[in-house]
Unconditional design. Structure first.
Length: 156
């Protein structure tokens, strides 16, 4: 079944269309979401939410043959929203709390904190697409597309 047929089926309310989309794309979307979120449970939640949105909103898709990139865009937006929410909800603990947690390598902690600050500053100068390329892992690439998906030499 082609993507345009899957979209038409979903728009018509046929659950087989949504099942076909899930069977075709859920595994790859899970890998992509996991590469962004790292936690398998969070990635699974975002894949679930992606297909909930697809069931309700796929009729807005202007080019039905572009179901795959649309699903990836939905998943990416959900993951980014989750990352922003997590960042806002759980700021880094103050240095006093980190020391109280029993971390005894003060010199190493200072170096790591300095390195984190340097990396954050450097990443802040990149746009979202450039950061995605830097953070892309070959495991996030859909099967059979690793050479097109991952620009890092040697990751095929």
């Amino acid at each position: 079944m082609r993507d345009s047929e899957i979209v038409a089926s979903i728009v018509a309310g046929d659950q087989a269309g949504l099942a076909a989309a899930y069977d075709r794309y859920a595994g790859a979307l899970f890998g992509y979401c996991r590469s962004l979120l790292h936690e398998p449970a969070d990635a699974a939640d975002m894949v679930h939410d992606t297909f909930v949105i697809a069931a309700v909103s796929v009729h807005q898709l202007r080019e039905p043959d572009r179901l795959r990139p649309w699903l990836y865009a939905v998943a990416r937006n959900l993951c980014l929203r989750k990352l922003r929410a997590d960042k806002a909800a759980a700021p880094y603990p103050p240095p006093e709390e980190a020391e109280a947690a029993g971390d005894s390598d003060a010199g190493g902690d200072a170096e790591r904190a300095e390195l984190r600050a340097l990396l954050r500053a450097a990443a802040g100068g990149l746009n979202r697409r450039e950061r995605d390329v830097i953070e892309l892992r070959p495991s996030a690439c859909p099967a059979g597309t690793r050479t097109r998906c991952c620009p890092v030499p040697g990751h095929t």
